[in-house]
Write a protein that binds this ligand. Structure first.
Ligand SMILES: NC(=O)c1ccc[n+]([C@@H]2O[C@H](COP(=O)([O-])OP(=O)(O)OC[C@H]3O[C@@H](n4cnc5c(N)ncnc54)[C@H](O)[C@@H]3O)[C@@H](O)[C@H]2O)c1
Length: 344
């Protein structure tokens, strides 16, 4: 029997969600769409706050909506809170969520009912990696400072880093955290003929070298890098992981780039390194306090490029996300096995 896939269409996303028509080409699938706007009870209203505080089962839905979901085998959604009551039918085998986070399902109840929750991990990796490369180049090659110079009526090129504003070819790019974002940045750096140095204690033995990169301790990476870019996750263990000890090891011409989370770098150590010119400069998209306060010492500093947490923003995010889910669903159709299972 064909698997019944129901796609819940987010407001304004009908065109993007119609991409799930690819399921019609596959044997053994039928797809129907349900417009979230037509679900009475307006799940979009204050949805995120309510979902975080009270969970997906705090929403009152029309019985027809619950019935439609209960009769399907696979539910596809981005943000709609999914009522756990749909698992009782025994029909639903998977809920596919078009995000990394899965707050819109009750994971424990889904797991207890044997329902797989599938997510779309790394959907922001493409824009964040591209942005990181942009920020590295902007800081080293004075792109933002050049623009500011013209805006101020000038036409000069006497920037403070003039002596070491460099080409990336042959330079050492230290990547801390070789995950979804870090590995994309590494590939671009390789294409630019830079040498990639990696610190990531969770890589399998030999994996970093097999990719053509050098595997170093964090200390050696700090000593040898011309650019250091951080791409690990913020946890209680990693908070402030790049600290004064590491800044003291860096070259006086080294640039540090952060598009991940401000908390990964000790704030006082970073400010000390920049204010006292212990390093060459920084490209920062994330800050301990956002929006950046108007009196932040970073504003107006001549050795930083700062941007307002833009790395993940891109107009084709839906496309990138649906690409990931399409890949997952096609591989399920081919093998019968789900990948990206959050509650494996
Ligand atoms: N600015 C934005 O809009 C934006 C958007 C998405 C992600 N991010 C951030 O970017 C960062 C990278 O995201 P990702 O999707 O690549 O994450 P990921 O989980 O795919 O990769 C993280 C990598 O860090 C490694 N790691 C873990 N602990 C480490 C440690 N102590 N030292 C060094 N490496 C360590 C892991 O092994 C993994 O390879 C995260 O901090 C994330 O929050 C920012």
């Amino acid at each position: 029997m064909a698997k019944k896939v129901i796609v819940i269409v987010q407001p304004g996303q009908a065109k993007n969600m119609a991409r799930f028509d690819f399921l019609k080409e596959l044997d053994g699938f039928e797809v129907t769409y349900i417009d979230e706007c037509e679900i009475k009870g307006d799940p979009s209203m204050l949805r995120n706050h309510q979902m975080e505080r009270l969970g997906p089962d705090s929403f009152e839905y029309e019985p027809e909506f619950i019935k439609a979901l209960s009769e399907s085998n696979i539910v596809v959604t981005a943000m709609t809170p999914i009522p756990s009551a749909i698992y009782e039918s025994g029909n639903v085998e998977a809920v596919c969520i078009l995000r990394s986070g899965v707050e819109n399902v009750d994971l424990a109840k889904a797991s207890a009912a044997g329902v797989k929750i599938i997510n779309a991990p790394g959907r922001l990796a493409v824009p964040v990696a591209e942005y990181t490369v942009g920020l590295i180049i902007a800081e080293i090659k004075n792109i933002a400072r050049g623009y500011a110079e013209i805006e101020a009526g000038g036409w000069g090129n006497k920037f403070p880093n003039k002596a070491y504003s460099t080409s990336l070819k042959g330079k050492n790019i230290g990547i801390v955290g070789l995950g979804a974002v870090g590995s994309r940045v590494a590939r671009v750096m390789t294409a630019l003929d830079a040498n990639v140095l990696v610190y990531d204690p969770y890589q399998k033995e030999g994996a970093v070298e097999a990719m053509g990169y050098r595997n170093l301790s964090l200390e050696d990476l700090c000593r040898e890098s011309d650019v250091i870019t951080v791409h690990f996750r913020l946890t209680p263990q990693t908070e402030g992981m790049i600290n004064k000890t590491h800044f003291d090891l860096m070259k006086p011409t080294a640039f540090i780039i952060n598009t991940a989370r401000a908390g990964l770098i000790d704030e006082a150590a970073l400010m000390d390194a920049l204010q006292n010119k212990k390093i060459g400069g920084a490209g920062l998209d994330v800050f301990h306090e956002e929006p950046l306060p108007a009196n932040s010492p970073l504003i107006g500093m001549e050795n930083v490029t700062i941007t307002p947490h833009l790395a993940g923003s891109c107009s084709n995010l839906w496309d990138l996300t649906i690409d990931i889910m399409e890949y997952t669903m096609r591989s399920y159709a081919a093998s019968g096995e789900w990948t990206c299972v959050v509650n494996r």
